[in-house]
Design a protein around this ligand. Structure first.
Ligand SMILES: Cc1cc2nc3c(=O)[nH]c(=O)nc-3n(C[C@H](O)[C@H](O)[C@H](O)COP(=O)(O)OP(=O)(O)OC[C@H]3O[C@@H](n4cnc5c(N)ncnc54)[C@H](O)[C@@H]3O)c2cc1C
Length: 373
């Protein structure tokens, strides 16, 4: 093997990229390279994972190590959705037990370390920039970076998240179904008993929906997800406007009563989108690069890990000269996305209280467009 040449290169070291890397190493692929733009030190959103994530962590052979990490259990959820009454859905009778509220940056770092423990090569603080394909070369894909020598590979995985930066270089396009935005703050609950509540809380309001969960280190995350155009009209980037909506909520506000309001408000785009196509000859996309799900589904990380396992199988087949696995992978990503859209439509359709409000009218128009458009 030449210097900086790998069987598989994975761009992006979030859960989808590292899960793909771990699964490939478990399947006996020696030479796997992951490049990550960040350094796993910044706080990251996306923390609720359902109980059955356990099966994926077991299939990746990292569940025992994961169990030693200090994440918060998630005992279920309660929600005010469709009426002012609270509905409860606990994990008491779930065969897998509780889910988790992750310390998200620690989880991503944990995954990266598990990959490295299998002698995977992971370089962080390095950003992928461009690629070219050279015909008739053993390692035909040449990748270039902002601050790293070029790398050659036989197969490349796009795990860059929402940007799908690698797949776009192969001509793939992102098919946007809906685009919302979440504004979130982290409340310090030290010296209070607020974090004893291990249930996720969801509350629908006129302008969207609120979410609250207890995190490790005595933190509570509180977020409002709304329409992207509406967020501009409501000037939600200014914390005082976000806080005034928070005060009008019935249940969320009381979950953080007595805490000091943090000054910092973060915002993230939350699209529902599908990459078209999600795989091609010599490449595929995993996680959010392949398809983005609304955070109301709490399926983003589960999907990232599941994609990693499915992708590794398809890649090993492809390296052995059989392209059929890539076709199966492509079909599975599309089928899962269609199922997800149906579930999402059903869920939003359950809320009928604000027929005239912009947020709900837009979601309804979108549902009608999908079904009849
Ligand atoms: C507000 C919000 C709330 C959410 N809540 C939940 C939740 O409760 N539960 C849940 O399961 N999911 C949730 N999600 C979704 C979840 O966070 C994502 O689905 C998950 O992070 C996808 O993992 P990924 O590895 O595909 O992408 P990411 O986690 O985005 O990782 C992509 C990685 O690629 C790196 N990268 C990008 N470009 C480059 C480049 N050019 N070169 C090198 N590296 C690059 C990035 O630095 C990043 O580390 C939420 C998302 C949002 C926005």
């Amino acid at each position: 093997m030449r210097d900086f040449c790998f069987e598989v290169a994975i761009i992006g070291g979030g859960p989808a990229g590292t899960a793909t890397g771990i699964a490939l190493k478990n399947m006996g692929i020696d030479s796997v390279f992951i490049v990550e733009a960040g350094s796993y030190s910044k706080p990251k959103i996306g923390e609720s994972i359902p109980p059955n994530t356990q099966t994926l962590l077991q299939r990746l052979k990292i569940f025992d190590a994961f169990s030693l990490q200090h994440h918060e259990p998630c005992l279920g959820s309660y929600s005010c959705w469709g009426s002012t009454q609270l509905g409860f859905n606990d994990n008491l009778f779930n065969p897998y037990g509780a889910g988790w509220h992750l310390d998200r940056s620690q989880f991503d770092l944990f995954m990266a370390r598990q990959f490295k423990a299998l002698s995977g090569v992971l370089v962080d603080n390095t950003r992928f920039d461009n690629l070219s394909v050279m015909k008739n070369d053993l390692y035909p894909i040449k990748l270039s970076f902002e601050n790293h020598p070029d790398v050659c590979c036989r197969f490349v995985v796009d795990a860059t998240g929402q940007s799908a930066k690698v797949a776009r270089k192969f001509g793939a396009t992102v098919n946007m179904q809906d685009l919302m935005v979440s504004f979130a703050a982290y409340f310090d609950c030290q010296d209070t008993r607020l974090n004893e509540n291990k249930l996720t809380l969801l509350e629908a309001v006129e302008h969207g929906w609120w979410y609250c969960a207890s995190l490790p280190n005595n933190l509570q995350v509180v977020s409002l997800t709304t329409d992207i155009a509406l967020a501009k009209k409501l000037r939600l980037k200014q914390p005082e406007n976000w806080y005034s909506l928070l005060k009008n909520s019935i249940h969320i506000n009381s979950r953080i009563e007595g805490t000091v309001s943090p000054n910092r408000l973060n915002n993230w785009k939350t699209p529902s989108s599908l990459l078209s196509p999600p795989a091609g000859n010599g490449w595929l996309a995993v996680g959010d690069a392949a398809a983005c799900y609304d955070p109301i589904s709490s399926q983003g990380i589960y999907k990232a890990l599941a994609n990693g396992l499915q992708a590794a199988k398809a890649i090993v087949q492809w390296l052995d000269g059989d392209p059929e696995g890539l076709t199966e992978y492509r079909n599975k990503v599309v089928k899962d996305f269609v199922n997800y859209l149906e579930q999402r439509d059903y869920f939003y359709g359950q809320e009928q209280r604000w027929q005239e409000a912009e947020f709900w009218a837009k979601r309804r128009a979108y549902l009608a467009g999908l079904k009849y458009g």
